[in-house]
Design a protein around this ligand. Structure first.
Ligand code: HEM
Length: 211
């Protein structure tokens, strides 16, 4: 869980940073060129297949652990009674939050990734598939925007517990470094989902305000 989870965190950071190009005021030229590079470079394509496998592995293993814990309920803990976790709500609802994020990824890939890979799309002035237009138009829908914002709250909560917990599971427990990992995890869990949520909100506000 920890290795796949931490790999997915790296993907989130790269995906969010790359998508920041949606905010560039160039009719999407930079974003479309970036998307073309990300989907045609053989090395990145190979990493992408690894990514799909990691998402599935993380989800399946998460469900198995959840089922195991559910069946073990009622039995006494071998160790300490109370968890000393900092984000109790998130820690106790990791499976539910994970299912929301997984459903989000499915909808998200259907909306963008599948359309980019399996449909004929209009191209921009540089001849690249106009993914920017697809994104900008999709985020004119308030229901989709709401779904993205709620999903990013779930992602944030999932990460608030998951990030630091991933390091702890790997045995990286250190008096000096653990607080650094915890605060990095907290910052990551807030900044990355906030960056993602800003994208649908930006296009929706742009659409309704007419700017
Ligand atoms: C909210 C802002 C987001 C936008 C505008 C966005 C946009 C896109 C676009 C346009 C694609 C298709 C292009 C491509 O295949 O590279 C894509 C792919 C993808 N997105 Fe997002 N994304 C967002 C957030 C997220 C989040 C929060 C996750 C995960 C929790 C995510 C997971 C993925 C995955 C797994 C793919 C397929 C990547 C691949 O094939 O390598 N995205 N996204």
């Amino acid at each position: 869980m920890s290795l796949t989870g931490l790999f997915l965190c790296t993907f989130l950071l790269v995906h969010m940073a790359g998508n920041l190009q949606l905010f560039v005021n160039d009719q999407g030229l930079a974003f479309n060129a970036y998307a073309k590079f990300m989907t045609s470079n053989i090395l990145i394509k190979t990493v992408s297949y690894g990514l799909y496998a990691m998402i599935l592995l993380h989800a399946v293993k998460g469900i198995l652990i959840w089922l195991y814990n559910r069946n073990a309920k009622g039995q006494a803990y071998a160790g300490k009674e109370k968890s000393d976790t900092r984000f109790r709500f998130a820690a106790h609802n990791m499976a539910t939050l994970g299912i929301i994020v997984f459903a989000f990824i499915g909808t998200h890939m259907f909306n963008f990734w599948a359309k980019m890979h399996f449909t004929t799309m209009p191209v921009d002035t540089a001849g690249n598939k106009d993914l920017y237009k697809l994104v900008a138009e999709a985020f004119q829908n308030p229901i989709l925007v709401g779904f993205y914002v709620v999903s990013m709250i779930a992602l944030s909560l999932h990460l608030l517990h998951g990030f630091a917990s991933g390091f702890q599971t790997l045995g990286l427990n250190h008096k000096k470094y653990t607080p650094i990992i915890q605060s990095t995890g907290t910052a990551f869990s807030i900044i990355v989902p906030l960056g993602f949520a800003a994208m649908p909100l930006f296009f929706f506000i742009k659409h309704v305000s007419g700017f």
